[in-house]
Design a protein around this ligand. Structure first.
Ligand code: PHE
Length: 342
């Protein structure tokens, strides 16, 4: 019996075979267990010796099983180590890294430049009530610019009594919110997304603006001009930037000016500060007294300027990108081509 089991254990090739042997010998109905049970019917004189012998046999088989199991485990580990070896001296495989989107990057640059001039950053919601987006900015319900703006209106359920909401068409509502919260004097910029139903090479239904607002006791158009020129010099890193202030009209500023930057697209590459082309980059003006009043700021005491810069336009100009739509298609080949992705 002993030889049979010890021999079997020595030859067992895996843990399953070992387990089979264990059950056959020591399991509930195993050969040794049965013999143990038979001890009860034995003559007391033989029983003691037989009992001791059986116990010894049981211990031996048990020990052999354990030893073999450990050996099998070691062998399995050796196998695995052989199969799974790793050459730690190999150089790592390169991984593509995520990068900052050009629009985010330009937004950060713009914010940093204005921060140097003392402008704090303000924010407002992208879903805006029509009061903030229009009325408070001196655009009454029947005003034609409500149509011109190609506004996205939020759908309203029957019986919904909340005021109408829109996807903000510009960042100007943040002027109102900031003045309501902080009063005057105030100097803020407000970068963010805006929405209009428009789509061609230079328009996308979602685009980005930075609003600027400076209100104090004696702020003038001259301050506006200096701030914008200083900004363009810093942003385009061109000493000779040239801006053209064109008289214009916005309901929320008086007087109003649109500002173009001198540039040239000659030879397919863009140069700032030279050539005969002008590209519009922003709208601006002196904040209308009605707008100050709507935001709770006394127009007899305070005055100042506001501007709205197109961030996407700035990015197009800075990186010489002819088609605005590409910014929002997330085409990695395009982003890589312009160096915006690894
Ligand atoms: N809100 C205007 C637009 O989106 C830009 C603007 C802002 C003009 C502030 C004047 C003052 O076109």
């Amino acid at each position: 019996l002993k030889e049979r089991y010890l021999g079997g254990i020595a030859e067992a090739g895996d843990e399953a075979a070992l387990e089979e042997l264990r059950v056959a010998a020591l399991g509930k109905k195993g050969e040794i267990s049965l013999k143990m049970r038979e001890l009860g019917q034995m003559d007391p004189a033989v029983r003691q010796a037989a009992g001791q012998a059986l116990n010894r046999l049981k211990d031996e088989i048990d020990a052999a099983l354990r030893a073999k199991k450990a050996a099998l485990g070691d062998a399995a580990l050796d196998e695995r180590l052989k199969a799974e070896w790793l050459d730690v001296t190999l150089p790592g495989r390169p991984r593509r890294q995520g990068t900052v989107h050009p629009i985010s990057q330009v937004t950060e640059e713009v914010t940093a430049i204005f921060a140097d001039m003392g402008f704090a950053v303000a924010e407002g919601p992208q879903i805006e009530s029509d009061w903030y987006n229009f009325d408070a900015l001196n655009i009454p319900p029947e005003h034609p610019s409500r149509q011109e703006m190609d506004t996205f209106y939020m759908a309203r359920a029957e019986g919904d009594n909340r005021p109408p909401h829109v996807l903000r068409t510009h960042t100007s509502p943040v002027q109102i919110r900031s003045m309501q919260t902080h009063g005057a004097p105030i100097r803020i910029i407000a970068p963010g997304r805006v929405y209009r139903m428009d789509m061609d090479q230079t328009h996308t239904p979602m685009f980005h603006q930075v609003e600027g607002l400076a209100i104090d006791r004696d702020i003038s158009m001259a301050n506006l001009k200096w701030v914008l020129e200083e900004f363009c010099r810093a942003f385009f890193e061109v000493e000779g930037v040239e801006l053209r202030f064109r008289a214009s009209h916005f309901p929320f500023t008086e007087p109003s000016a649109e500002v173009d930057i001198r540039c040239s697209w000659a030879g397919g590459s863009l140069k700032i500060g030279e050539g005969d082309d002008w590209m519009e980059i922003l709208g601006s003006g002196m904040v209308h007294p009605k707008v100050l009043a709507a935001a709770g700021v006394d127009p007899d005491e305070w005055q100042g300027f506001a501007f709205g810069l197109g961030i996407d336009r700035l990015a197009m100009l800075k990186y010489g990108i002819p088609d605005l739509r590409a910014f929002f298609e997330s085409d990695l080949r395009w982003l890589r081509h312009y160096g915006f992705a690894a």
